[in-house]
Design a protein around this ligand. Structure first.
Ligand code: ATP
Length: 357
């Protein structure tokens, strides 16, 4: 991984009054550019050719400058140019996915957040160790041997972004029917309940708000994902019948819907977020900035967290002009703007190295 010292050296050379914010044109980039613009930053969009045109449709989400590339890996050839522009990279899910976690860790550019989180987040075993063992959070039960499937389970392939190829099985026979033996997989209890994707922001430098040992946590919004085809498959009748026709439930994300939690669940949600943040501080110096806890609430009103995403998620996109939660912090605040605000506050206090890696 690129060292903190190397990044610090680059940052030391930056004109802190003239920073720009750069990201890859995809995922939540409209929101990131819009938020950066609101905080007075210049913005740079790294785009594959055809992508740039689409931004003309949204002038307030369009970056000030495009850098057009053939492939995202070219960003490694652009470092001098980006450094000249005092650019801070704001990563999002697709950014990390396009480069791959290991390439992303090597990117020699000042990047918002703590890259050390990837070590814990991008490996399902380590993610479980962090959340279950260190943070004490309830996760869906893991089943090691498919022959022991004694309840509905979800079979997840490693690196299958957006749930592609995941399938449900209720016994070993169904598992065998669906499994692709060439892929690495894990088996999880299928938790029956309602899904909530909780969007938080951890700041090590903001002092007022929901306090943790260092800094504060904010809840900015909550969404639920639209997933095809699972969300609509019930309209065709029993899944068992459909399977005979070769139609299996899938979990490909196609969009996001805003939701709110019943208010009595909010303290529990904060408690979970706090434990995740505190354990991250102990394990790797803190998961800084936006993060999302992907959870299912059962009818016992218990949260099960099945995944963590430690950067801005696309589920924050319905909230470009605020949310029922963000509006209680500051009307109209988006996660994109909150990220830019953190960078601005840190620059003003000469504390950029605490939020950049
Ligand atoms: P991403 O990285 O984009 O979040 P992913 O490929 O890692 O996606 P998950 O987020 O783990 O996949 O799961 C995809 C979907 O499967 C979830 O959004 C949810 O609908 C469903 N799901 C995941 N785990 C469980 C579970 N244990 N019980 C019930 N449903 C689940």
């Amino acid at each position: 991984m690129v060292s903190k010292e190397d990044i610090k050296k680059i940052l030391d050379g930056y004109d802190k009054k003239n920073l720009s914010i750069a990201t890859v044109c995809s995922h939540s980039s409209l929101q990131i550019f819009n938020g950066a613009r609101k905080e007075g930053f210049r913005t740079i969009g790294i785009a594959i050719k055809e992508r740039a045109k689409f931004y003309d449709a949204f002038p307030l989400g369009r970056p000030d400058e495009f850098i057009i590339v053939e492939s995202y890996d070219e960003i490694f050839d652009l470092t001098d140019r980006l450094i000249e522009e005092n650019a801070i990279i704001v990563p999002h899910g697709s950014f990390v996915e396009y480069l791959g976690a290991s390439r992303f860790k090597e990117l020699p550019l000042p990047t918002f957040g703590n890259r050390r989180v990837l070590e814990w987040e991008s490996d399902r075993e380590k993610e479980r160790e962090w959340l279950e063992k260190h943070a004490g959070i309830k996760m869906p039960k893991k089943i090691d041997d498919p022959r022991n499937i004694d309840r509905p389970v979800l079979v997840k392939y490693y690196g299958a972004k957006g749930g592609r190829g995941f399938f449900i099985a209720k016994n070993y026979a169904e598992f065998k029917m669906g499994i692709d033996w060439n892929k690495k997989y894990s088996i999880q209890e299928y938790v029956l309940g309602t899904r909530y994707y909780l969007h938080f922001f951890y700041s090590p430098i903001k002092e007022d708000g929901y306090k943790v040992s260092k800094g504060t946590i904010e809840m900015l919004s909550i969404d639920r994902r639209d997933e095809s085809n699972i969300d609509e498959i019930y309209k065709l009748g029993a899944q068992e019948e459909l399977k005979k026709m070769g139609i299996f439930p899938s979990f490909v994300v196609t969009g996001n819907v805003p939701v709110v939690l019943r208010e009595s669940l909010l303290p529990k949600a904060f408690d979970i977020a706090e434990r995740v943040v505190e354990s991250s501080i102990k394990l790797f110096g803190g998961m800084i900035g936006a993060f999302c806890l992907e959870s299912i609430v059962t009818d016992e009103l218990e949260f099960n967290v099945f995944e963590i995403s430690s950067r801005i998620v696309a589920g924050t996109n319905p909230f470009i002009s605020g949310s029922p939660y963000a509006d209680l912090i500051e009307p109209g605040l988006s996660t994109g703007q909150r990220i830019a605000r953190e960078i601005r506050m840190a620059a003003e206090q000469d504390r950029l190295d605490e939020i950049i890696s």
